[in-house]
Design a protein around this ligand. Structure first.
Ligand code: SAH
Length: 371
């Protein structure tokens, strides 16, 4: 049977190793007890990892030397290796290409703004949603990331910031957005557990505010309804991109399953349950979805709702027939929404020259695997 694999370059489908960040506090203690160690060692490890942002044995002076390596090997295995790191925007944007143990590539981006630092994370290797304008969507889904693989991306950003690796001096991550590779609501359980780890107070988690986490979705209606019932206060972003089903069926193929009206109905349910304003993501694609009548149709759908619209100039993917809207056309689209009283901003697109947006570095990594 092994013969089948000879000569293929497909990554082996091994499950990512279990890691401290996959587990809740009680399960961490049980895992450490299984190693024959007192359960409180789990709390010590958690303080090092989530509180002091270290996974180095040398830093863990409260643990007996004889058990440090065993505990680290069992509870803090290396899940992702940074294979490329690119910075731009005068060191205020840093993008990392990660290779997982099975050879999958994912990426994360750290963006520093005046007064906040946002980490953009991947939730899946690849994506199964097949949106034609998105680089990640072209390659299909490889697999879901584990909870700890998601948390690792944020941990790395948090540690880099704390160490002052980012321009602007030492800092902390204030926001996390699930806008890297993948559809977070298609990896529901692992994403939810990751949100818990990110937002649980130190030492159980990284202590980031739930309100500062954004889950961005193509609009998986049952999962939106489920998320609304979790009692969290994370922000929901819906990638709408068109107000009409005819065009949205093409731009966001899952629309053939859940139509614009159903997606928005679930989003309003989310807003009602959480009190959080819904973000509507709208990539501005020249002559495709940027007509004045579509702005008016969008305004009609959103008027009077707890909502904010982010207009994102399309970041053209290699070989794409589509390009960003003319700035004048985008401004007119924005004005039409604003005239109807709908809060709207044109998104500042960071990291363009390092393919910071939308799966492009990982796509490049696949074509040209780093040594
Ligand atoms: N799957 C989720 C999250 C990942 S993508 C989702 O679709 O919401 C994050 C955002 O980037 C989405 O709004 C997505 O539509 C948008 N996006 C993807 N490719 C893009 C591109 N080439 N230019 C501009 N925005 C893009």
């Amino acid at each position: 049977m092994g013969l089948v694999e000879i000569g293929t370059r497909r990554p082996a489908r091994v499950r990512p190793s279990r890691h401290l960040a996959d587990l809740e506090a009680a399960d961490r203690r049980a895992a450490v007890a299984d190693l024959g160690q007192p359960a409180y060692r789990a709390d010590q490890l958690s303080r090092h990892y989530f509180g002091r942002l270290t996974e180095s044995a040398d830093d863990m002076t409260d643990l007996p030397v004889a058990v440090r390596d065993t505990l680290i090997e069992a509870m803090l295995p290396r899940l992702l290796t940074a294979t490329r790191e690119l910075t731009c925007d005068r060191g205020m944007t840093r993008k990392t290409l990660w290779r997982a143990a099975d050879g999958s590539f994912v990426e994360s981006v750290l963006m520093r703004y005046p007064g906040r630092v946002t980490m953009c994370v991947s939730s899946q290797a690849g994506c199964g949603m097949a949106c034609p304008f998105c680089a990640t969507g072209q390659a299909g889904l490889t697999r879901n990331l584990s909870t700890a693989e998601i948390v690792t991306q944020v941990f790395n950003g948090a540690r880099g910031l704390a160490r002052g690796e980012m321009a602007g001096g030492p800092g902390r991550i204030s926001n996390v957005v699930f806008m890297g590779m993948g559809e977070p609501l298609a990896n529901y359980a692992n994403v939810l557990a990751a949100i818990r780890r990110l937002t649980d107070p130190v030492p159980d988690g990284l202590g980031i505010s739930q309100r500062a986490i954004t889950v961005s979705t193509v609009g998986l209606v049952p999962a939106i309804r489920k998320l609304a019932a979790e009692g969290l206060s994370v922000r929901l972003a819906v990638s709408l991109h068109a107000p009409d089903d005819k065009l949205r069926d093409e731009l966001v193929p899952v629309n053939r399953r859940w139509k614009v009206a159903e997606v928005l109905d679930a989003a309003w349910g989310y807003a009602a349950a959480t009190g959080r304003r819904i973000s509507i993501e709208y990539a501005m694609i020249r002559d495709i979805n940027d007509q004045g009548w579509r702005a008016d149709a969008l305004a009609g759908l959103l008027a009077g709702r707890l909502v904010h619209v982010n207009l994102i100039p399309l970041n053209p993917t290699p070989g794409s027939k589509w390009t960003a809207s003319d700035p004048g056309v985008a401004a007119e689209f924005e004005a039409r929404l604003a005239d109807r009283g709908i809060p709207v901003t044109v998104r500042d697109t960071r990291g363009r020259e390092i393919d910071g947006a939308c799966g492009q570095l990982a796509a490049a990594g696949r074509e040209d695997p780093p040594a």
